[in-house]
Design a protein around this ligand. Structure first.
Ligand code: PGA
Length: 229
């Protein structure tokens, strides 16, 4: 099976021209690549490049008085196939909890799209030995009533954007833990400071959730090259 690469662009780049530049030359025959750009670029990128598109967030109601939100149904109508939920930036900055995340996952599945549930512990939780409890709670509460395969991304929060990726031993341990604590045959990704120097450390994962390195086409292509040779 081809490795799955989810490119989480976060709030970048500033223009559609920039977005096209980053994504128009990816080796799509080698890996399954899903670009998750800011909402405003989704429709145009889909039309212009016909690439796999995911969203970085969604709202669970279909339509109505929800100022500032974008529904899962709207995303589906724009051609989105995957939606990231529970990213640590949404948990921390936007105070999304497991209950909200669970509602989002259910709406994504209801529309026939694929949720990518991010789980991970903070540096403090890691240092105080709480990692397993935190991950277990995120899985249990995030997946309550969810009875289908989804994608789960292990993203230790201390590794995101820090340049310090998780050791392969620990990542592997977490992968086994996720498998044990979920009922279905979920694809499991690693995310957190993935780059072309460390990507081979996680070869037992189904793929990667990549932030910073996915905005640099040379580096992103290099990562794809390395994992598919
Ligand atoms: P990073 O981000 O690759 O820049 O660490 C990963 C993420 O936030 O999903």
């Amino acid at each position: 099976m081809k490795p799955l690469l989810i490119a989480n662009w976060k709030m970048n780049p500033l223009s559609l021209e920039g977005a096209i530049k980053i994504s128009n030359n990816l080796p799509r025959d080698k890996a399954e690549i899903i670009i998750c750009p800011p909402f405003i670029f989704i429709e145009k990128l889909k039309k212009i490049l016909d690439i796999g598109i995911g969203a970085q967030n969604c709202f669970w109601e279909e339509a109505g008085a929800f100022t500032g939100e974008i529904s899962t149904l709207m995303l589906k109508l724009m051609g989105v196939t995957h939606v990231i939920v529970g990213h640590s930036e949404r948990r921390e900055i936007f105070k999304e909890n497991n209950l909200i995340i669970n509602k989002k996952i259910k709406s994504i599945l209801k529309e026939g799209l694929i949720p990518i549930l991010c789980i991970g512990e903070t540096k403090i939780e890691k240092e105080s030995g709480e990692t397993w409890d935190v991950l277990k709670k995120q899985l249990k509460e995030g997946l309550t009533g969810v009875n289908r395969d989804i994608i789960i991304a292990y993203e230790p929060i201390w590794a995101i954007g820090s340049g310090i990726a998780c050791s392969s031993d620990v990542a592997e341990e977490v992968m086994v833990f996720i498998k044990k604590n979920t009922f279905f045959d979920n694809k499991i990704l690693y995310g957190g400071s993935v780059n072309s120097n460390n990507v081979t450390d996680y070869s037992s994962f189904s793929g990667f959730l990549i932030g910073g390195a996915s905005l640099n086409p040379v580096e992103f292509n290099k990562i794809i090259e390395i994992i598919t040779q």
